[in-house]
Design a protein around this ligand. Structure first.
Ligand code: AMP
Length: 405
């Protein structure tokens, strides 16, 4: 059974075709700058495998339909393709960032679900409208293959009410659904499961703190395989310091900035989302650039890095208290998987909590899940490559089987 996984943004989308029997990625790709005068497409067969082929083309994609139609023709292309006909795609799994309180699990999407996902757009204005577009196009182009929505917020739906509520008048929650929803749920779920597997543990009785550190960053406390707290909030702006997002700040800063500078709400929102975080401090948001600059003595780059690590350490400490006992800390995503300096700085001087990193293991590069702590420590520190596409494909295949049963 082949599942096409789609992660659709407002002007781009990523795709992977996955064969579920062997959990093999047949091909993957990315369409960018949809709607611009010039767009681009990258298509790779069997990423990472032998004989990997990378194909790129530059041409305009006026809309998502144009991009998706081109991808469909590539999937079945005699040379670049991996299937004989589109009928070999059994279903499509779509990443959807915000499921609100309506969607606590993945679902097959019909007209009603499309409307509900669209209606949640005010809670994820950059993401949900794009997901709806992607769903509509795929449902039209592949009418035989059910489209399944897998929500980032699903994994966090197990948070207890005292963790997901904000201390605002209760009616604000009842009427506006203002609460913590959390993001990156598919990634947190996957790496927590993989951590239990690496440590030969079952999820019941297993407590783990998962740190998804990429362009967006979030930390989750996971108990018995269920999320009990997470750092992102109603939107992906909250929590730790990120590339361009401020993370937790005093909520009074909005009103103060408005009064002092005359900035409007939209401008303040944009400032906090796009011009803050490490970029706001040192002008850079890519961790590789920040390392290069601080090694040349750039004090602001050093400050941005220190603030980033400090904010994550605070969440690790907080979630240690939430969980009571911690079996593992997991690092994942671009920075978490690839940056030994961040991991070392975040875990520095935490021996009293049983958190220790082995410097030699930390520096080694591997593509698979591994432990970077010394043998015999109380809390294992693990690096686990995330794989949201496999989780989405798995959830899609499971729903399909259920429907056929
Ligand atoms: P993601 O959103 O998961 O793709 O992660 C993007 C972030 O990972 C960016 O800040 C990159 O600078 C960072 N990153 C990727 N590779 C490395 C690396 N080798 N060392 C440090 N940071 C990295």
């Amino acid at each position: 059974m082949n599942i096409l996984v789609i992660n659709c943004g407002s002007s781009s989308f990523k795709y992977q075709l996955i064969e579920m029997g062997g959990q093999t990625v047949l091909c993957s790709g990315l369409v960018q700058r949809i709607g611009d005068s010039m767009g681009s497409l990258t298509h790779k067969k069997a990423p990472g495998g032998e004989g990997e082929k990378k194909y790129t083309e530059e041409r305009p994609f006026p809309d998502h339909t144009a991009g998706m139609t081109r991808v469909m023709s590539l999937l079945t292309d005699p040379e670049l393709g991996v299937i004989g006909s589109l009928s070999e795609i059994a279903a499509c799994g779509h990443r959807v960032v915000q499921g609100g309180e309506i969607f606590k699990q993945s679902c097959i999407v019909g007209e009603k679900e499309l409307e509900q996902i669209a209606a949640l757009s005010p809670l994820a204005p950059l993401h949900n409208p794009a997901h709806v577009q992607g769903l509509e196009v795929v449902m039209r182009l592949l009418p035989h293959a059910p489209s399944v929505a897998v929500f980032d917020t699903e994994f966090h739906s197990t948070m207890p009410q005292h963790a997901f509520m904000y201390a605002l008048p209760y009616e604000i929650y009842e009427q506006q659904r203002v609460r913590r929803y959390g993001m990156h749920g598919t990634s947190h779920r996957y790496v927590a499961q993989q951590a239990a597997r690496v440590m030969s543990r079952q999820e019941p009785g297993f407590n783990v703190i998962t740190c998804h550190l990429g362009n967006g960053c979030s930390v989750s406390a996971v108990k018995d395989g269920k999320c009990v707290d997470t750092s992102m909030g109603m939107t992906p702006l909250a929590g730790v310091v990120m590339g361009t997002r401020c993370g937790d700040i005093d909520p009074a800063i909005h009103a103060y900035l408005g009064r002092q500078t005359g900035m409007g709400l939209e401008d303040i929102d944009s400032l906090l989302n796009r011009k803050s975080g490490m970029k706001g401090i040192c002008g850079m948001n890519d961790m590789r650039d920040i390392h290069a600059a601080r090694k040349k003595g750039d004090a602001r780059a050093q400050l941005a890095f220190d603030m980033f690590c400090h904010s994550i350490r605070k969440y690790i400490g907080a979630y240690y208290a939430v969980l009571g006992r911690v079996d593992a800390i997991v690092f994942t995503a671009g920075i978490g998987e690839n940056d030994p300096e961040s991991r070392a700085a975040i875990c520095k001087d935490l021996e009293a909590m049983g958190i220790v990193i082995d410097p030699a293991k930390n520096e080694k590069r591997f593509d698979n899940a591994r432990s970077i702590s010394p043998v015999g420590v109380k809390v294992r520190v693990l690096v686990v490559p995330t794989n949201e596409e496999i989780v989405i494909a798995g959830a899609t295949a499971a729903l399909l089987k259920e429907k056929m049963a």
